[in-house]
Design a protein around this ligand. Structure first.
Ligand SMILES: NC(=O)c1ccc[n+]([C@@H]2O[C@H](COP(=O)([O-])OP(=O)(O)OC[C@H]3O[C@@H](n4cnc5c(N)ncnc54)[C@H](O)[C@@H]3O)[C@@H](O)[C@H]2O)c1
Ligand SMILES: [Zn+2]
Length: 310
C-alpha cells in the first residue's frame, strides 16, 4: 500500500513537473457553463473540414479492436498481477526475469496483431490532408506500434515503444523485433495465473550487444514512477498549443500527464471530440462524444469531406 501511495505521489510529482514545463494549467474553470457533449457527426464534420492542425490523442482503446487488451478492461491481469505491479523500476530491480516474461508476452501478442479500421482511418487522413497543407499528429500512450504499422508518420509516443530496448549500463537505445527476444524467453511468459515463473538467471536475459558492454537490457517504455521524455513532451506541447481540432480516442483519461491534454485544449475553446465505448471522467469537458468502438466511428469521422480539395 505504501508503495502504491509512493508511486501515486511520484506520478503526481511528474504531473506538476510537466505542468511547470508547459505552463498550461492556468486554464479557466472547466466546469463552468458546461453543456452535454454533442454526438452530431455532421456537425463534427463541419469542424473537421476547416481544421488545419489536427491532434489525435490515443490510448489503449484504439487498439482494443485489434485484439490488444486494455489495462482496465477484461484481460487486464497478467498471471496474478496488474500491469502497475510489474511496469515499474522497483519490480524490474527485484525480479527482472518476471518483468521480462511479462514484456516478452506483450511483444509476442502485439507483434501478432494488425492495425484496425481506427488506426487505418487516422493514417489515411494524415496522408490525404498533407498535400492540402493540413497536419495530422498522433500523440499516443500506446506502446504497440500499431499506428506506425497502419502507415502514420507523425507519431509522438509518450510512453515509449515495446519494440525498442534500452541498455541499463551504457544507455544505448535500439530497435528490436527479435522473436523471442532471447533464447531463454522462448515459450515463456504464459499469462494464466497457474503458469510457473521462469526464474531466468540475469545473464540469460536480453543483454546489450555493444562490444565491451553486455549490460542488462530493459524495454524502452516509461514505467510507473518514471518521468516522460522532455523532448517528446515538448513536441506534444507545441502540437497541443497549435491544434485547431482534437480527437481523443480510446483513453480512460486517468494516466497523467496525457489525461490533462484534451481538457486543456478544450479550455482554449478548441473543439475536442471523444471517441470511446463509454463516458470517461473527462467527457463533460468536450464538445463531442461519440460512444462506440473507434473502428466504427473514425472511418466516418475522418472520411474525405465534400469541401476537400483533391
Ligand atoms: N495497446 C497498448 O499499447 C496498450 C495496452 C494496454 C495499456 N497500455 C498503457 O496503459 C496505460 C493506460 O491508459 P489508457 O487510457 O491508454 O488505457 P485504459 O486501459 O486505461 O483505457 C482504455 C479506454 O479505451 C476505451 N475503449 C475500449 N475499447 C474501445 C474501443 N473499441 N473503441 C474506443 N474506446 C475503447 C475504454 O472505455 C477506456 O476508456 C497507458 O499508459 C498505455 O501506455 C497500452
Ligand atoms: Zn550497453
Amino acid at each position: 500500500m505504501a508503495e502504491k501511495k509512493d508511486s501515486l505521489q511520484a506520478t503526481l510529482d511528474k504531473f506538476s513537473e510537466f505542468d511547470r514545463l508547459c505552463g498550461l494549467l492556468n486554464f479557466p474553470p472547466l466546469f463552468s457553463e458546461m453543456t452535454k457533449p454533442s454526438s452530431d457527426m455532421a456537425a463534427f464534420r463541419e469542424h473537421f473540414a476547416k481544421a488545419k492542425n489536427i491532434v489525435v490523442l490515443t490510448g489503449a482503446g484504439v487498439s482494443a479492436e485489434s485484439g490488444v487488451p486494455t489495462f482496465r478492461g477484461a484481460g487486464g491481469l497478467w498471471r496474478r498481477w496488474a500491469a502497475q505491479d510489474l511496469a515499474s523500476p522497483e519490480a524490474f530491480a527485484e525480479n527482472p526475469s518476471l518483468v521480462w516474461e511479462f514484456y516478452h508476452y506483450r511483444r509476442e501478442v502485439m507483434a501478432s496483431k494488425d492495425p484496425n479500421k481506427g488506426h487505418i482511418a487516422i493514417a489515411e487522413c494524415e496522408k490525404r490532408l498533407a498535400p492540402q497543407g493540413r497536419d495530422v499528429t498522433i500523440i499516443t500512450q500506446n506502446i504497440d506500434e500499431l499506428h506506425k504499422r497502419a502507415g502514420s508518420n507523425n507519431i509522438l509516443e509518450l510512453h515509449g515503444n515495446l519494440f525498442t530496448t534500452r541498455c541499463t549500463k551504457c544507455g544505448e537505445i535500439k530497435k528490436n523485433y527479435d522473436s523471442p527476444i532471447c533464447e531463454a524467453l522462448k515459450g515463456k511468459g504464459a499469462p494464466d495465473p497457474a503458469a510457473e515463473d521462469a526464474r531466468i538467471p540475469v545473464d540469460k536475459l536480453p543483454r546489450c550487444t555493444k562490444p565491451d558492454c553486455g549490460g542488462l537490457l530493459r524495454p524502452h517504455v516509461v514505467w510507473f514512477g518514471e518521468g516522460l521524455s522532455p523532448v517528446v513532451l515538448n513536441a506534444a506541447d507545441v502540437k497541443l498549443q497549435n491544434c485547431d481540432l482534437c480527437l481523443v480516442v480510446g483513453t480512460s483519461s486517468v494516466v497523467y500527464p496525457a489525461a490533462m491534454f484534451a481538457p486543456q485544449v478544450a479550455s482554449r475553446g478548441v473543439v475536442v471530440a471523444e471517441f470511446n465505448i463509454e463516458e470517461t471522467s473527462a467527457t463533460d469537458n468536450f464538445g463531442f462524444h461519440f460512444q462506440g468502438p473507434a473502428g466504427s466511428f473514425l472511418p466516418e469521422a475522418l472520411a474525405p469531406h465534400e469541401t476537400e480539395t483533391k
